[in-house]
Design a protein around this ligand. Structure first.
Ligand code: GLU
Length: 294
């Protein structure tokens, strides 16, 4: 099977930048004759009702998808199985560091800023027993590279840091980088179109896919929507959701299509003029209409 996907986190309503990325993911998938899947990434920060509203908004935009959306919270066994495989291959170790300890640890010269410095990598069993009694362990991947290259349809060859990243958090929740790789492979997803804020995490994911003997998908990291100060668009920027914009009289679909230089009144119609090479390569600056004060 060959499929693309959109994988929202149900932590709130989608804003127009998210909807634009979803439309791009749909266009990329459908243009190449792929299935299009929705995956609800609900391992973290779930806001009640937001999954349903997100799906409703995607539908209101005219997107369709194949099968029923899957939820990560219902797939915990898959993540455990992948961690067990990595563990059996000697690739997993326990980490007891707090965020603060990581920030304050001396970093080795070849470690990029923010990379895990490897504090817990070489602990003795006695040290582990002692630290386990202080706080629950996270699980980290024992990597044997410092960086990894991926191919991206927009960014070309991109090389990024790979550190001993977290596979399972101390509270037992599978980490995003693990879940996304396991799910994309399990769901037959061979095309990942998403915001370019995730480009820097992608070498980690592709490296992990290689360890799990999965082919990495084709990556397409698309420019995102920014506010007028050049920051990533957010809910606090004003009227940015489908409902808020529609209430303000905005034709959300036409606005997004226009921002992509496309014409048509349905996603299918856009497909006719959709040419990835002609897409704007700059972020889209979105200035919300004045809100009605609600
Ligand atoms: N759930 C992530 C987000 O909403 C997207 C993950 C992905 O597309 O890989 O930012």
């Amino acid at each position: 099977m060959s499929a693309g996907r959109y994988a929202p986190s149900p932590s709130g309503d989608l804003h127009i930048g998210n909807l634009r990325t979803a439309l791009l993911a749909w266009l990329w998938a459908r243009r190449s004759g792929r299935d299009f899947l929705i995956r609800v990434e609900d391992l973290d920060r779930v806001r009640p009702g937001s999954e349903q509203r997100q799906l409703d908004d995607l539908r209101a935009l005219g997107l369709d998808w194949d099968g029923t959306p899957v939820r990560q919270s219902e797939r915990l066994g898959l993540y455990d199985a992948a961690i067990a495989r990595l563990h059996d291959a000697g690739r997993v170790y326990e980490c007891y560091c707090t965020r603060r300890e990581i920030l304050e640890a001396p970093t080795a010269p070849h470690h990029p800023p923010g990379a895990y410095p490897g504090t817990c990598r070489h602990l003795t069993e006695a040290e582990r027993v002692q630290r386990r009694s202080v706080r629950p362990a996270a699980l980290r991947l024992r990597t044997d590279v410092a960086s990894f290259a991926i191919e991206d349809e927009i960014h070309g060859t991109y090389v990024g840091a790979v550190d001993d990243f977290v596979l399972r958090r101390g509270d037992g929740v599978p980490a995003y980088n693990l879940a996304v790789v396991v799910d994309d492979a399990d769901q037959g997803i061979d095309q990942v179109v998403r915001g370019d804020d995730l480009l820097a995490s992608t070498p980690r994911q592709a490296y992990l896919a290689a360890l799990l003997e999965e082919d990495p998908p084709t990556y397409v990291h698309v420019p995102m929507a920014l506010n007028s100060s050049g920051q990533r668009l957010a809910k606090r920027d004003g009227a940015v959701t489908f409902a808020e914009l529609s209430d303000a009289g905005v034709d959300v679909f036409a606005l997004i299509a226009g921002s992509l230089g496309l014409t048509g009144s349905t996603p299918r119609e856009l497909l006719e003029s959709f040419d990835p090479a002609a897409l704007p390569d700059e972020p889209w600056v979105f200035v919300p209409p004045l809100s009605s004060g609600r």
